[in-house]
Design a protein around this ligand. Structure first.
Ligand SMILES: CC(C)(COP(=O)(O)OP(=O)(O)OC[C@H]1O[C@@H](n2cnc3c(N)ncnc32)[C@H](O)[C@@H]1OP(=O)(O)O)[C@@H](O)C(=O)NCCC(=O)NCCS
Length: 431
């Protein structure tokens, strides 16, 4: 793949700078190598998410992941804390795994607007600038994870990957999954964080929807970053040849309601092979003094119901997680591989214009060719639906049933067959 653009090199978006200036606000690119400026920005982000003041340790943990991002802030110089921005944003270009390749994705993070400046269009100004920047840099899509599902549809984003919180009543769960030939072993949290990073990079190409991680992400999973909870333990799985293939961070909290048994909470679990996944789940489910296992942020297609003899025991609650916004229809559709041939025209509407048009799509030998067309479209949808189905996590048939897409059953079925992926798209990172 061609080298990804460095988001930090883009100038400040002039349209947003002028729009905010009219409201007496200053839009600035943050010099993230200047600690005082960067630290005030980090405090603003924490305040924006309604959290307590960051400690010095936490501030230090923030510096590395911000050093490679493009960081912007909006300042209101009339406030007593004028050094703290009243709105924040950061972004970088990440290679998102798609079937058969990667899609450069403008990853948007830390969008906050101070409670004192909300609902005056500041977030809209920031988001529109991010999308213009991404488009100007030739990046075909943008991605984010959302605090609320109602915020980003208006900018053309759609939920494209989902996550599940799984819950298992261990008294009713008897292991019926495979017997692993390797072993589960405790390891130090620092070592576990490093192993998480290694395994994430190794598994990345196989999970549609994932993006690369960064060291603080794993330090957070093992409670070495913001929440330094001593209750967190870490184990790894080594295969019969002694190779580490999986790692899990978890804590066990007492449950006064449950007669001495506690809740084992899986903070993070990553497995390179099926055997490692089964072994780590078995470790959790069969843990002594535990009545319930809870695992948030897991794939919706976790094989858990097949691991135990009563498939009704593992229950899951799903929610949207990775949001995607296609900006360049030909580049995005041509970046992924397809499971079946299809030929169709589609009209895509996009309130911000980037994906607007009638497109002819020809899929043969697993690859798509896309060109503009001047014909009656077989499919009609907006950029939201196109972004929702792009990774294969949702089907056009379901969106048509919801009144969001129009097209014949024949076309919808053919396109769904082409988009199909064997495992549910999954993003394990919150950003
Ligand atoms: C969410 C947040 C960034 C919105 O900022 P804002 O400056 O108030 O948003 P804007 O005034 O630009 O609103 C733009 C549009 O989004 C809508 N909107 C804003 N916040 C919304 C929310 N939380 N839920 C639903 N809609 C929202 C507005 O009503 C407006 O709608 P319109 O385009 O139909 O008029 C801000 O409330 C915030 O910082 N919240 C806490 C941190 C957070 O959740 N950040 C998002 C991280 S993913």
């Amino acid at each position: 793949m061609a080298e990804l653009p460095d988001a930090r090199t883009l100038p400040l978006d002039e349209t947003t700078r002028a729009a905010l200036a009219e409201r007496g606000l200053e839009y600035r690119l943050i010099e993230n190598e200047r600690a005082a400026i960067m630290d005030a920005w980090s405090h603003a982000v924490r305040r924006g998410f309604a959290g307590p003041e960051l400690s010095d340790d936490e501030i230090a943990e923030w510096r590395e992941p911000m050093s490679w991002r493009r960081v912007t802030g909006v300042y209101d110089l009339s406030t007593p804390q004028a050094e703290r921005p009243v709105a924040t944003a950061s972004s970088w270009v990440a290679p998102m795994t798609v079937p058969g390749g990667v899609l450069p994705s403008w990853s948007i993070s830390t969008i906050t607007v101070a409670a004192t400046h909300r609902r005056r269009g500041v977030a809209r100004a920031l988001l529109e600038a991010e999308l213009r920047d991404a488009h100007a840099a030739g990046v075909p899509a943008a991605g984010l994870t959302a605090s609320e599902a109602t915020i980003y549809g208006r900018y053309g984003f759609a939920p494209a990957t989902r996550i599940a919180t799984w819950k298992v009543d261990t008294r009713r769960a008897r292991w019926a999954g495979p017997d692993a030939s390797g072993r589960v072993q405790y390891l130090d949290r620092e070592d576990a964080a490093r192993l998480m990073g290694d395994l994430h990079e190794r598994t990345l190409p196989h999970r549609v929807g994932e993006i690369p991680g960064w060291p603080r992400r794993w330090r957070g999973r093992v409670a070495l970053a913001e929440d330094k909870s001593a209750a967190v333990r870490t184990v790894r799985y080594v295969d019969a040849a002694g190779e580490p293939r999986g790692v899990m961070a978890y804590s066990v909290e007492g449950d006064p309601e449950d007669d001495g048994r506690g809740v084992l909470r899986i903070r993070y679990l990553i497995a390179e092979h099926d055997e490692a996944l089964a072994a780590l789940w078995r470790f959790a489910i069969e843990h002594d003094l535990v009545g319930t296992v809870v695992a948030p942020m897991r794939p919706v297609d976790e094989p858990l119901p097949w691991f135990v003899d009563d498939a009704r025991v593992p229950v899951s609650r799903q929610k949207d997680h990775g949001w995607l916004r296609i900006l360049d229809v030909p580049a995005a559709l041509e970046a992924r591989a397809y499971a079946a041939p299809a030929s169709f025209t589609m009209r895509v509407t996009d309130p911000l214009g980037y994906a607007d048009g009638i497109w002819r799509v020809d899929i043969a030998d697993g690859k798509a060719t896309v060109a503009t067309a001047d014909a009656a479209p077989d499919l009609e949808l907006s950029v939201i639906e196109l972004s929702a189905v792009y990774l294969g996590g949702f089907s056009l048939a379901v969106l048509r049933a919801a009144g969001r897409v129009s097209g014949s059953t024949e076309t919808v079925d053919a396109v769904d067959a082409a988009l199909r992926v064997p495992r549910a798209p999954f993003l394990s990172i919150v950003y």
